[in-house]
Design a protein around this ligand. Structure first.
Ligand SMILES: [Fe+2]
Ligand SMILES: [Fe+2]
Length: 293
């Protein structure tokens, strides 16, 4: 594993910010078990992170000094650590995405497409919900809570699914994804707590957060599938064998990472839902020990 870990908990939050410094130079082209399909599937996800995580940071920052939470010292510390962790994730995914570029995989264009689609989706969604008194800040924040639920859920599935872990045959890449997965679960409640504290738990807040989840999941599915197919096609590896691998480890009922997270995704629709209802305490304890945190 090529990484230096620098852990800081100056914010005094319930979780630290770990400054990583991965060296992606030695990562092989098809680092996911030698499979182009599986590698591009993960690269398609990685392309979503730089602009996605920028949205999360900006959305929480935009409301952090609202009267409802500005004097909540505990939540302010959690927000600072949340911003710190997401900023580190962005930095490492940007570096990994740039390193994939050297093999001729055009991830930079995918990052740009992600940025454009996020803005397009948010501005159109905001127009639709504006007549119901929902502001752009509320939309940005609930897009964040929806996507944070997605990232925490896919992350905990990754930490539980031995079939996927076995395929992560490169030490640097597996460490990066496990580190990110642990932290997504450490901070999974922060944006949600901010949303409820600022915009409440009423019918309006509930209908916005649930419709945002449906909308956000459709967008992620379309973008990530398009990215995977585009990377495969540019790589001249778009064939039945690679697609079958993606189906088996992405979508099959027994081994798929996406199918494995379906139940927890649906929990978000419960009226009294809170991210900590999905218990990952022991899972995180085990993984932090394994990763040496
Ligand atoms: Fe993240
Ligand atoms: Fe996150």
């Amino acid at each position: 594993m090529n990484a230096k870990v620098n852990i800081s908990n100056r914010a005094g939050a319930s979780f630290p910010v770990r400054r990583m410094n991965f060296d992606f130079d030695q990562v092989p082209e098809y680092w996911m078990n030698g499979s182009a399909g599986l590698t591009h599937f993960m690269t398609g996800l990685s392309a979503l992170f730089p602009d996605g995580e920028k949205l999360f940071i900006d959305a929480v920052r935009a409301v952090r000094y609202y009267p409802a939470i500005k004097d909540n010292e505990e939540l302010q510390k959690e927000i600072s650590a949340f911003i710190g962790q997401e900023a580190m994730h962005t930095q490492e995914h940007v570096n990994f995405n740039a390193s994939a570029q050297k093999y001729g995989h055009d991830v930079r264009t995918l990052e740009r497409i992600t940025g454009r689609y996020i803005q397009f989706a948010l501005s159109n969604f905001s127009k639709v919900v504006k007549p119901f008194g929902m502001t752009r800040e509320m939309v940005n924040l609930t897009a964040t809570t929806a996507l944070e639920h997605f990232t925490a859920t896919i992350a905990s599935e990754l930490l539980r699914n031995p079939h996927i872990q076995d395929l992560m045959t490169d030490d640097t890449m597996s460490y990066m994804w496990f580190w990110h997965a642990v932290e997504e679960n450490e901070h999974k409640a922060v944006a949600y707590d901010v949303y409820e504290a600022v915009f409440g738990k009423g019918l309006k807040a509930y209908s916005l957060r649930t419709s945002a989840l449906v909308f956000a999941m459709a967008l992620i599915f379309i973008l990530q599938s398009y990215f995977t197919l585009r990377l495969l096609q540019q790589d001249k590896k778009l064939n039945f064998k690679e697609l079958a691998m993606i189906y088996k480890y992405g979508y099959s009922p027994s081994k798929g990472i996406i199918t494995g997270m379906a139940g927890e995704m649906l929990a978000y629709f419960k009226p009294g839902f809170h991210p900590n209802d999905l218990d990952t305490v022991q899972l995180l304890k085990d993984w932090k020990a394994k990763l040496g945190f």
